[in-house]
Ligand binder design. Structure first.
Ligand SMILES: [Zn+2]
Ligand SMILES: [Zn+2]
Length: 269
């Protein structure tokens, strides 16, 4: 038997630190996704400059071509979106594994496998909306494209110059930022939960995981799924105690701030 020096109290401290540090990581990741996807604004500005005459205006007759060129913009947005979310998933998983695996005796080669397993799960999983990750990025890119198309259409018809169009495009992106943030946060949190659970499954000393309900501060919090789960005694092991394989506690509801910690197998204590 491997000698494990971790106590329950020490492990609880690791989780407290992890929850504290995770907020900063998640904010950084959201800013990264917004910045990466926002880069597309430069591509749009280039495209408009190509269509504009020397007076900085785009002739109405070119409207159809401008709108068709949005196909390439949308494709580029989808690719950037998928790439940045995939790198957020990898980062969250690797970060979580690095913080936890050592404390519970999961070796480094197994850690690589855990991170790969998390990634595969993340890109293939179906959410409650019946969509996988790439579908959700495509949906969002399509919505941004539609907003861009309507802004460009009305600007060109009104005869506005491209500098006015560019500032309207910036506003479109600002209005869509919350969607990018939400997508980045959901992927990041779920990857962190998946990594937490997969590492537990690989460890001999973790038998159960504990769900701690979120403290979202909303008056209807008692109706949130995390509150219900944290009070559920599914295995007669106590409230909020689950198996590391229970995926329904990973993200009980959108924007959930609940978290998971490990319960050590008593035989090791
Ligand atoms: Zn709540
Ligand atoms: Zn919650």
């Amino acid at each position: 038997m491997a000698e494990i020096l971790t106590t329950q109290a020490e492990l609880d401290e690791v989780f407290k630190r992890l929850e504290r540090d995770y907020g900063a990581l998640s904010k950084k990741q959201q800013a990264y996704a917004v910045r990466e996807i926002g880069r597309i604004r430069a591509e749009i500005a280039d495209m408009l400059a190509d269509f504009a005459g020397e007076d900085g205006l785009i002739k109405r007759q070119r409207l159809g071509r401008v709108l068709r060129d949005l196909d390439a913009i949308e494709a580029s947005m989808r690719k950037t979106g998928v790439d940045s979310l995939e790198s957020i998933i990898k980062e969250s998983s690797e970060w979580t594994t690095a913080q936890l695996a050592g404390a519970i005796g999961v070796g480094s080669s197994v850690q690589i496998g855990v991170n790969r397993h998390v990634f595969d799960y993340m890109v293939k999983r179906f959410e409650s909306d019946g969509l996988v990750l790439s579908d959700r990025v495509w949906g969002m890119s399509g919505e941004i494209r539609d907003s861009l198309a309507s802004v460009l259409r009305s600007s060109i018809i009104k005869g506005e110059g491209i500098s006015a169009m560019i500032s309207k495009i910036r506003r479109v992106f600002n209005a869509e930022t919350w969607k990018i943030n939400r997508l980045a946060r959901t992927e990041s949190v779920t990857a962190k939960r998946a990594a937490t659970s997969y590492n537990a499954q690989e460890s001999d000393i973790v038998k159960w995981v504990r769900l701690h309900e979120g403290n979202c501060g909303r008056s209807d919090h008692h109706e949130h799924k995390c509150h219900e789960l944290a009070h559920l005694d599914r295995y007669k092991q106590g409230k909020g105690i689950f198996k590391p394989t229970d995926t329904d506690i990973w993200l009980p509801h959108p924007n959930c701030t609940s978290w998971i910690s490990y319960v050590l197998d008593e035989r090791w204590l």
